[in-house]
Design a protein around this ligand. Structure first.
Ligand code: DOR
Length: 446
């Protein structure tokens, strides 16, 4: 029998931290208590004294590039990096090639993940201007939700037909996740910069092209449409202070019909970092000003923002080294997101309990994921042990994403993940990912 006893951990769950033990049998957590006594002949004992034990992170927005863009990353390589980073479940986005806009393509992605994924997985059904019928065929038990690009990004998926948009919002009971940037505003801004700079627009203009206004116009439109139609809306990767007006902390998350996500890069970088990092921190939406970042932290802590995700979106270094206008947006983050948030904890920006709420509990609640996201008896044993006093530096040789670079390269994190369990299997220990593809298709309680 697969049996692990994790002892003396600082267990972080549902707003409290308590010292105790967790017993894992096969794929489940079977006991959580102050003291569990078992002989080492009966189980593998891991002494986690002084270390935190968290539920595995559920990352609700990743781009793992398979099929079609596997020179940037693939389900195997990126899910391997994810488990090294404490992410045990992920929701992958539809801008692969072909775009995941039919039931058949979705099932193809599920098949690949079943064979190759180190972490648990689900996918989003992509909406376009002309696949409404396919979208409406989607079984809510089958996918995480419907993804709509209201602004185009990698892959140029876009729904800009207002009538189609309203139909999707009115006709599906599934969660709709949106990428919000107003196309017209972005295009107009870009034209202005091109008039001035020609083909040499500098990356320092990225947040002025993909501007606050572009974000606000688009996200306020999505929120208004959700209010009008009663749709269940989740707004991805919010990046501006102004957008925070659109969200509330007056409703418990279980009752919210409109929820909000922020990504690690928008909490970490600002436009001032373009000078040193260049296109490596070119994301859509763009990282904005120091004030935007400050207000995002406030909204995260006061409950207007519900989830921290990565928007992990690898591109090769050669692609990123092109001029600003050609370089694609996105970067790899799954391996470093959790330790980056622990770094923010060390800086006094967030408590460990809140990290767990935003990275583990809330994604499980929002997507109604069955038996994951908590350390509870009867739940899947997706678990992470993290030592908050074990510094390590991000270097080329310890980056696991296929693209081989990280926006954190050279940074020394104070915290280090020592163990990751996926469905009761110890997939990461001794700072190595074992060749155990323990990921399962996530199920939904809907
Ligand atoms: O929404 C997205 C998509 C992503 C990608 O490259 O797939 N890159 C981004 O910067 N934002």
């Amino acid at each position: 029998m697969n049996r692990y006893l994790i002892k003396n951990a600082k267990i972080v769950n549902e707003g409290v931290i308590f010292e105790g033990d967790v017993l894992v049998e096969n794929e489940l957590i079977v006991e959580v208590s102050e003291n569990i006594s078992l002989k080492s002949s009966d189980c593998m004992i891991i002494d986690a004294e002084g270390n935190y034990l968290l539920p595995g992170v559920i990352d609700d927005q990743v781009h793992f590039r398979e099929p079609g863009l596997t020179h940037k990353g693939d389900i195997e390589s990126e899910s391997r990096a994810a488990v090294a980073g404490g992410i045990t479940s992920y929701i992958e986005q539809p801008n692969t090639v072909p775009n995941a806009v039919t039931q058949e393509i979705l099932e193809e992605k599920y098949k690949i993940a079943a064979e190759k994924s180190f972490a648990n997985y689900s996918f989003m059904m992509g909406a376009t201007n002309d696949n409404l019928e396919e979208v409406l065929k989607t079984n809510p038990k089958n996918v995480a939700g419907i993804k709509i690009f209201l602004g185009s990004s990698t892959g140029n998926m876009l729904v800009d037909n207002e009538a189609v948009l309203e139909k999707i919002f009115s006709c599906t009971s599934m969660l709709i996740a949106v990428h919000c940037e107003d196309e017209t505003t972005v295009k107009n801004n870009l034209e202005k910069y091109k008039e001035e700079y020609g083909e040499d627009v500098p990356v320092t203009a990225h947040h002025l092209i993909r501007s606050e206004e572009a974000c606000y116009i688009s996200s306020s439109k999505a929120v208004a449409l959700a209010k009008k139609t009663g749709a269940r809306l989740h707004v991805f990767h919010l990046s501006t202070a102004k957008e925070m007006e659109l969200f509330t902390n007056k409703i418990p998350i279980e009752d919210k019909k409109i929820t909000a996500e922020v990504c690690v890069h928008h909490l970490w970088f600002t436009n001032e970092d373009y000078a040193t990092k260049g296109n490596l921190i070119k994301w859509n939406p763009a990282v904005k000003t120091a004030n935007d970042r400050k207000v995002l932290w406030e909204a995260l802590n006061d409950g207007r923002i519900d989830v921290i995700a990565t928007d992990h979106a690898p591109h090769t270094l050669d692609e990123k080294k092109q001029k600003y206008l050609q370089a694609p947006s996105g970067g790899p983050l799954v391996q470093h997101a959790l330790v980056a948030m622990f770094e923010a904890h060390h800086q006094g920006k967030i408590s460990v309990e809140k990290i767990v709420e935003k990275m583990c509990h809330n994604p499980a609640k929002i997507f109604k994921i069955e038996k994951r996201g908590f350390i509870k008896e009867g739940y899947y044993a997706d678990l992470v042990i993290i030592n908050s006093g074990l510094p390590w530096s991000v270097k080329k040789e310890n980056i696991l994403s296929k693209c081989g670079w990280s926006p954190f390269e050279g940074f020394t994190f104070k915290s280090r993940i020592t163990h990751t369990f996926v469905n009761g299997k110890l997939v990461y220990s001794g700072f190595k990912v074992k060749d155990i593809r323990a990921g399962q298709r996530m199920l939904f309680d809907r």
